[in-house]
Design a protein around this ligand. Structure first.
Ligand code: BG6
Length: 527
């Protein structure tokens, strides 16, 4: 059980750094037991089961491990295994499961019919844990994965604590899926609740963006190269843009999305995490607590929003109907389980500032939206213009300031856009791209974010997970916007059509400063 400490988020809690990732033996030296609450749910089908299977076939799991899925449906172990096989065949990055590997892997999978509000469920889990450990004659790392709706977080946590299933703080972990709270108050309450029963080093709050290869690479790009750091500041950078757009609509998720909206669903977590990686100071080392502390520093330095700022520096939108790839798609208000008068935003654009020496007055424009023209997550860093132009006007018709464009997905690349002389007898300058593209640079496969995050959980490495204070700081920042949007109903929803780049308000937000939203050059795009 957790011992009381003065500081809720002690920065000395977990010293295990990212270097553990290279010690393959570490994750194989001890058995693992994964308990998946929500074992029959969508997240387990699409992400967790395929990720565990891929970790297994890539030899990252120890010889002794068990996966216990829980759910309300009555299923035998065999039926559950068959369901997971179908999921893996459909969703795994490695394609259909190899029959021999599957046979071996599936023997580690078990199912427990469970009511998550009843203590008997946890007593039974306790018996199963004991049985496995007795059989192996070794203690295991026990991972409780909460892939369930947030209203189950409390009963699960309380019952685990009541049954003393997580008393061994070094060997038990709780993985909590988003949404972590619905606002600052609920997130703080959830942190307090978990903090009263578990140590911070046991709590793994997932933001799956942090597990993406290209997102992890932002740290490598910034801190493993000497040439960027000297220009990574207000003296050289004009603005930063983070654009995460999706072609998909809300579709079957209306129930959840009505209570969320783009601000909560994407900006409070994924986009602010990307912003922190771009804006953070160099950490002293690569240890989890150090990296996470530097990210919290960014959130603490972000300029709070007054009501005037909300009016001037934000734009929201909701999609109307339209056509996507020859198919007619409904407007948001006509999606299942959505109110016909819904005020929920499916698009948000915000101009942030980070008030510190490095970033003073450099705007950070972010936008995200559903049913947009393209699915693309792209970070653009635009550098300031040359101080003095020596070329004649006719040579610079296509002039563009230097840009660094980090494409997170679907294209995975980093491109530096520079001016070059076009070959010929005239002096004509145009923009060319120096591109690092994962596909051509590496022949190895790219692991899914959930593989990385599950492996890190086994290893006890919290670097890519959100600390409690980080989550609270992110909520605190967006609360004025949330409150204002909730209190002032939008009169012009829907205000962008499907397959567009969002509402005009978002174009105006950035155009007022003389800029525009950047997209990847057409000829390089992945479909
Ligand atoms: C989730 C959001 O966290 O991230 C979804 O709830 C969104 O609405 C998804 O579609 C985007 O993730 P990815 O990995 O597809 O970019």
């Amino acid at each position: 059980m957790k011992q009381p400490t003065g500081n809720r988020y002690p920065v000395t809690g977990n010293k295990t750094g990212r270097t553990t990732k290279f010690k393959t033996m570490n994750c194989k030296s001890k058995p693992d037991i994964f308990i998946i609450f929500g074992g029959t749910g969508d997240l387990n089908s699409r992400k967790l089961a395929p990720a565990l299977y891929n970790l297994f076939i890539d030899n990252w799991l120890p010889p002794q491990f068990s996966i216990i899925g829980t759910g309300r449906t009555k299923l035998t172990d065999e039926a559950y295994r068959n369901n997971l096989l179908e999921d893996i065949n459909q969703f795994s990055r490695s394609g259909h499961a190899d029959p021999a590997k599957w046979q071996e892997f599936s023997q580690h999978i078990f199912y427990q019919v469970s009511d998550l509000t009843k203590i008997e469920t946890y007593q039974e889990l306790g018996d199963r844990i004991k049985k496995h450990q007795d059989e192996w004659q070794k203690p295991a790392t026990i991972i409780f994965y909460l892939a369930v709706s947030p209203h189950f977080f409390k009963p699960i946590a309380e019952n685990i604590a009541a049954c003393k299933l997580a008393d061994d703080v070094d060997n038990t972990r709780l993985v909590i899926e988003k949404p972590f709270g619905n606002d600052l108050e609920s997130a703080t309450a959830l942190n307090k609740l978990l903090g009263s029963m578990f140590e911070e080093k046991q709590i793994y709050r997932i933001d799956h963006y942090l597990g993406k290869e290209t997102v992890q690479n932002i740290l490598a790009f910034r801190f493993a190269n000497s040439i960027f750091e000297p220009i990574w500041n207000r003296n050289y950078i004009e603005y930063v843009q983070i654009s995460v757009t999706e072609k998909l609509g809300v579709e079957e998720r209306g129930d959840y999305y009505e209570g969320s909206g783009a601000l909560r669903d994407m900006i409070q977590n994924h986009i602010l995490q990307l912003l922190c990686l771009i804006a953070m100071e160099p950490p002293v080392n690569f240890e989890g607590e150090e990296v996470r502390s530097r990210k919290v520093d960014v959130l603490r330095a972000m300029r709070p929003f007054s009501s005037e700022d909300v009016r001037k520096h934000t734009a929201r939108g909701q999609y109307g109907d339209g056509w996507i790839q020859g198919k007619q798609v409904p407007c948001y208000r006509d999606e299942p389980k959505v109110s016909p008068k819904s005020n929920t935003e499916t698009f948000a654009a915000i101009k942030f500032f980070v008030d510190n020496w490095r970033w003073q007055n450099v705007p950070f424009y972010v936008r995200t939206g559903k049913r947009m023209h393209e699915t693309a997550s792209v970070i653009t860093i635009q550098f300031k213009d040359v101080p003095h132009l020596i070329f004649p006007g006719e040579a610079t018709d296509n002039w563009q300031q230097n840009r660094l464009i980090i494409s997170i997905q679907p294209e995975m690349s980093i491109r530096l856009q520079v001016q070059a002389k076009r070959p010929g007898l005239d002096i004509v300058l145009n923009t060319v791209d120096m591109v690092f593209d994962y596909e051509s640079a590496y022949s190895s496969y790219t692991p899914e974010a959930y593989e990385t995050l599950l492996l890190d959980t086994i290893l006890g490495d919290q670097t890519l997970f959100m600390r409690g204070d980080q989550v609270e700081a992110a909520w605190a920042l967006i609360m004025p916007i949330l409150n204002s949007w909730q209190n002032r109903k939008s009169v012009n929803f829907p205000n962008y059509s499907a397959d567009s780049w969002g509402p005009e308000l978002a174009e105006a937000l950035i155009a007022r400063d003389g800029f525009h939203w950047v997209t990847l050059p057409q000829n390089n795009k992945k479909k």
